[in-house]
Design a protein around this ligand. Structure first.
Ligand code: GLU
Length: 281
């Protein structure tokens, strides 16, 4: 690919660990090797879990590692109106519905129905609120119940027809956006969601190669659908394997010892940490 535009898009919910560095390095290398651009985006739409000091920590850790980024950092919480506009377009097209379910409602409904199909992130939403009548929706909204907005995936797929996308490592993929069910596009407390904000931002930032962990492979099926619905350009993806520790476990926020800050404090050099983070990329 000519001059790829890649990005690293961490959520500031903790300090970066080796797994993040692995992912950042994959995007940075693809951009630098191809003479392209490496962008940084802070995915801070969750006001409860995200903290400004973690954003500062991300910038500091990347700079220390020598992973320089191009242009301004995009901060998602500053662009909520943009995501709202995309949501409104999908709603106007009749492809969303309000969902009043609590987590407990969803569990109860799944148990009542004798189980639900599973995606990689657990049972899929059973579609309870998709079946509400317009009158029931209005009534519950008027009564002050809070709601999330979900994508009616079957209606959306009927609109777009079959879609494809391409992963650098695995080749062409037939899109299976139903694999995560009727995903949330706007949460009860936040006027967007991961899926919507990522898709809109990758287009706005001109990303041509989405490098991220294979744990988000299924999300890509949904993002491809959203791109088609919103008329956005389609990048290529490179889902890299997740870096694991010596015991074969993936790194997580709870592994404080492997944060880049901790390794730096312990006297490791950026080169040594980069070598560890590179793994088998
Ligand atoms: N913000 C997501 C995370 O920290 C990554 C999103 C993406 O790369 O698409 O897991």
């Amino acid at each position: 690919m000519d001059r790829p535009v890649t990005r690293f898009a961490p959520s500031p919910t903790g300090r970066l660990h080796l797994g993040h560095a692995h992912s950042a390095l994959a995007g940075w290398r693809a951009a630098r090797d191809g003479g392209g651009r490496f962008l940084l985006r802070i995915e801070d739409i969750d006001p409860v879990r995200c903290r400004p000091e973690f954003t500062d920590g991300i910038l500091e850790d990347l700079a220390w590692l020598g992973l320089d980024w191009d242009g301004p950092v995009r901060i998602q919480s500053q662009h909520l109106a943009t995501y709202r506009a995309a949501l409104d377009r999908l709603a106007d097209a009749g492809l969303t519905y309000p969902c009043f379910c609590t987590r407990r409602d969803i569990q109860t409904e799944i148990a009542r129905a004798g189980g639900a199909p599973h995606g990689s992130e657990g049972p899929l939403y059973p579609g309870t609120c998709r079946r509400l009548s317009p009158g029931e929706r209005q009534g519950r909204m008027a009564a002050g119940e809070s709601w999330a907005m979900r994508l009616d995936v079957a209606a959306a797929v009927a609109r777009t027809g079959r879609l494809e996308w391409r992963d650098r490592r695995r080749g062409p993929q037939a899109a299976r956006p139903e694999c995560l069910g009727d995903v949330v596009l706007a949460r009860k407390d936040v006027p967007t969601s991961y899926h919507l904000a990522v898709t809109v931002d990758d287009a706005i930032q001109g990303v041509t190669l989405v490098t991220r962990g294979v744990d988000l492979f299924e999300a890509t099926h949904v993002h491809r659908l959203l791109q088609a619905l919103l008329g956005l350009p389609v990048p290529e993806w490179d889902h890299h394997p997740l870096l694991t520790d010596a015991a074969g476990r993936r790194y997580a926020k709870r592994d404080r010892a492997v944060t880049l800050a901790a390794m730096r404090a312990a006297g490791m050099t950026p080169d040594a940490v980069r070598a560890l983070a590179a793994g088998s990329v």
